[in-house]
Design a protein around this ligand. Structure first.
Ligand code: F0G
Length: 352
């Protein structure tokens, strides 16, 4: 038995670190690739879920953040900043706390899930709520980082993409080769960029193959699908409520060179996939994460994904971050008398 050592130690020779880089880690990565029996049966494919909510702060952002914060600290940075729809800020706050540096986060006012806000606050970040969208937050954060002594840790920081590409290495290691199709949600488009880079690097080293990259935006926040910036993006999937993705061109490049697709799924499709993952697979994700599965179901139904394909869907964040949607769509808890008879009656059981 060898314990998991975190991304930087596990993949040191494939990441932009050297012997002098301080390693700021929460032992992120090494997340489960869970076979999805119900989804496989439903689609006639072999479907696996890459459960990124199992990372230390509950999302895939930790993969990028361990590298970005380690490099920032190595360069002598005393403070980091990011714009966020919630998960990046939670991750940045945790890694900055661990490194003993200051963290400031800019979030769209009223548009991030409560659990993510709690994370940023409990780790001691300065949380600034902007009256605007994520895209406004990113514009301000970039300009502030350009003109003051703080390091930007959004995915426009190349170290973030480097860290996030390791998810592809893990998938290839688990399956023995790349899947045929990889589905994931697309917001700022850093993650699709990172996965594609990871698959390309692994293929160049070991001939592991390349999947078709299939990215899914929320219908009210689908600039890449529409081919135009969305000025006022709208969706219940707040993590991907983004109208002008920073890695737009890289996402298009990944789509086109892989023979994949980028399409939109509406909020109803997202919530149906969200509930199905929880009910049928036992995997509780946040609504945005379910866009990957909603997209798979759509593209399988219209034939753009073939029966018999081997498919990985990344589910990007933990459901506990945003429990409102779980509670509003579920059965009500029942209140009973504190007796066996009361419990049996509620459950419809006959006592012997
Ligand atoms: N899923 C979740 C749960 C996310 O938090 C994000 C992005 C995405 C998917 C999309 O990934 O941006 O790389 O295309 N969240 C960022 C944030 C924007 O600030 O936490 P992407």
């Amino acid at each position: 038995y060898r314990p998991w050592r975190g991304l930087i130690e596990e993949y040191r020779d494939r990441l932009p670190v050297d012997a002098d880089t301080p390693v700021i880690t929460l032992l992120e990565g090494g997340t489960p690739l869970v076979p999805a029996g119900y989804l496989s049966e439903l689609t006639g494919c072999e479907v696996h879920l890459k459960v990124e909510g199992a990372n230390p702060t509950g999302s895939f952002k930790d993969r990028g953040m361990t590298v970005a914060i380690s490099r920032a600290v190595g360069a002598g940075s005393q403070a980091v900043i990011c714009a966020s729809t919630g998960n990046t800020s939670a991750s940045a706050a945790a890694y900055a706390a661990r490194a003993g540096i200051t963290c400031a986060v800019l979030v769209p006012s009223g548009k991030i899930a409560l659990g993510k806000m709690a994370q940023a606050l409990v780790h001691g970040a300065r949380l600034l709520q902007l009256e605007g969208s994520f895209d406004d937050c990113l514009r301000v954060a970039r300009e502030l980082a350009d003109t003051s002594p703080v390091t930007l840790v959004n995915s426009v920081n190349p170290f973030r993409i480097e860290g996030q590409k390791t998810a592809s290495f893990e998938i290839v290691a688990a399956l023995g080769q790349a899947p045929d199709v990889h589905c994931l949600p697309v917001g700022n488009a850093g993650n699709i960029t990172a996965y594609w880079r990871g698959y390309l690097e692994q293929d160049a080293l070991t001939g592991s193959g390349r999947p078709r990259m299939c990215g899914f935006q929320a219908a009210g926040a689908a600039p890449i699908v529409r081919g135009a910036v969305v000025a006022a993006p709208q969706t219940i999937a707040t993590a991907i409520r983004i109208g002008n993705p920073a890695s737009w061109e890289q996402a298009v490049e990944a789509r086109d060179t892989s023979g994949g697709l980028i399409d939109a799924v509406n909020d109803r499709q997202i919530l149906a996939a969200y509930r199905m993952l929880a009910h049928r697979e036992g995997v509780f994700v946040e609504p945005s994460s379910a866009a990957s599965v909603a997209g798979l179901l759509m593209a399988r139904a219209d034939g753009r994904i073939e029966a018999g394909s081997r498919i990985v869907c990344t589910v990007t964040g933990n459901g506990l971050k945003d429990p409102d949607w779980a509670i509003s769509g579920a059965a009500r808890p029942e209140t009973i008398r504190p007796t066996v008879a009361g419990a049996a009656e509620a459950l419809g059981l006959t006592l012997s």
